[in-house]
Design a binder for this molecule. Structure first.
Ligand SMILES: Cc1ncc(COP(=O)(O)O)c(C=O)c1O
Length: 450
């Protein structure tokens, strides 16, 4: 099959404005890359270009846009922002959803390919691999515990036709961590040399830069942190400069399939992305605080937050931080006093906004907690400015057979929090009062000691 090359308007590598530099920090790039003042009007914020078609001066002579499915100024602008924010990225494609991104990437593998996937991959990805690509493309997938499995076990899952390794880190909802550089080096050592893909939705480009760790392609559900305001469904695939051919193939497929976002959604997502750095710092700071409070609570069996010093993969979490997140985390370190004692009480660092915990008791206590919160809304999804809480066993992961859920540690008392950017003290107080109502005897609340 021949693939058309990327057209002029869509070679969206990072082309900085004159006054922008490649050394500008993450937040500076989030605000400026892709946001040129409008040449005709001077408008600082790009206008929304709703036109579906574009005038040609003579046949085939145009300003880079012909028909909005193939390219649109707002999509181009957002793609420039995304390619700049995902460190190591040069080509970004914006899709109509994270799921459309997944479908297009898997479609690009062609017939009868084999994929190795992390075992507790996002349910929608699992469904596409097993129930769509398996039927329509003859695609086969081997699910492997990429956190715990030995090198030999992982290598033995590779076949001659293994074309892709699908990684999520941390996984959902048990926040298992995959050592990306280790998987990349295993992939490179095998004759099939599969593409390594990382779904970076949970950490966002602020906390993690998988392309700098050797991954070939990063995908996100933009619906989550990058847009960040729970009002857009979109996805993206971002590739490094040396993967121009694959980027071009994906762009061809995307146009042919029509998996494109609207101009309005692109505009909204770009506006959201401008504050990604601020939001991710706030999500992470409050999530760490809440994880520490949960860890101390007598009403909690177990807390999972890789930023906690007690998390078994805490060191890997630190190693996996992006350069800009490392700088942020280092800036928070408590000063060491003259006796060499650090002021930090419990250690730990912000590592995204997702916290999971097992409440003492079972489904009844979990349901009480989830209906007792004042600020955490009981709802699926994640990554918005507002805090959300959910019960994976009945909601996001309800379609996984009970035995498999059990193996993955998704019991009836496992609660997942998407910590928003409200005031930290208010969120902590909300979690504490809901725990007291759900598991305690309510005495503390009655006595007004909170
Ligand atoms: C990790 C992850 N990847 C992909 C998706 C799919 O994204 P979308 O809902 O935008 O199709 C989701 C959605 O929840 C997700 O959590």
């Amino acid at each position: 099959m021949t693939f058309i090359s990327e057209s002029a308007h869509s070679g969206n590598g990072y082309h900085p404005k004159k006054h922008l530099s490649h050394t500008d920090g993450f937040g500076t790039r989030a605000i400026h890359v892709g946001s040129e003042p409008n040449k005709e009007t001077g408008a600082v914020i790009p206008p929304i270009s709703l036109s579906t078609t574009y005038k040609q001066d003579s046949v085939g002579v145009h300003k880079g846009f012909e028909y909005s499915r193939s390219g649109n100024p707002n999509r181009d602008a957002l793609e420039s922002t995304l390619a700049s924010l995902e460190s190591g990225g040069a080509h970004a494609l914006a899709f109509s959803s994270g799921s459309a991104t997944t479908a297009t990437v898997l479609h690009s593998l062609g017939p009868n390919a084999h994929v190795v996937s992390v075992n507790d991959v996002y349910g929608g990805t699992f469904r596409y691999l097993n129930r769509v690509a398996a039927e329509t493309q003859g695609l086969e997938t081997t699910f492997v515990d990429l956190e715990e499995a030995s090198d030999d076990t992982i290598l033995s899952s590779f076949r001659d036709n293994t074309k892709l390794i699908w990684i999520e880190s941390p996984t959902n909802p048990t926040l298992r961590l995959v050592d990306i550089p280790r998987i990349v080096s295993l992939a490179r050592s095998h004759a099939s040399n599969p593409i390594v893909l990382v779904d970076n939705t949970f950490l966002s480009p602020f906390y993690s830069s998988p392309l700098l760790q050797g991954a070939d392609i990063v995908v996100h559900s933009l619906t989550k942190y990058i847009n960040g305001h729970s009002d857009v469904v979109m996805g993206t695939a971002i590739l490094p400069a040396h993967n121009a051919e694959l980027a071009s193939k994906l762009r061809f497929l995307q146009n042919a399939i029509g998996a494109v976002p609207s101009a309005y959604d692109c505009w909204l997502a770009q506006r959201g992305a401008k504050t990604l750095h601020l939001r991710m710092k706030a999500h992470g700071t409050s999530a760490l605080k809440i994880a520490q409070v949960l860890q101390r609570s007598p009403y909690v069996e177990d807390v999972i937050y890789p930023g906690l010093a007690s998390h078994p993969r805490h060191a890997l979490a630190y190693r996996s931080l992006s350069p800009h997140a490392t700088k942020f985390v280092e800036s928070l370190k408590a000063p060491v006093d003259q006796d060499g004692v650090s002021g930090e009480e419990e250690g730990g660092f912000p590592y995204g906004g997702m916290v999971s915990f097992r409440i003492r008791g079972g489904a009844v206590e979990a349901n009480k907690f989830l209906t007792a919160t004042r600020l955490f809304t009981l709802a699926e999804s994640l990554g918005g400015v507002e805090s959300l809480a959910e019960l994976p066993s009945k909601m996001t992961h309800g379609s996984i057979p009970p035995a498999e859920r059990e193996l993955l540690g998704i019991g009836d008392n496992l609660i997942r929090l998407s910590v928003g950017v409200e005031e930290t003290d208010d969120l902590v107080a909300d979690v504490e009062q809901a725990l007291e109502l759900a598991v305690g005897d309510g005495e503390v609340l009655k006595n007004g000691s909170h």
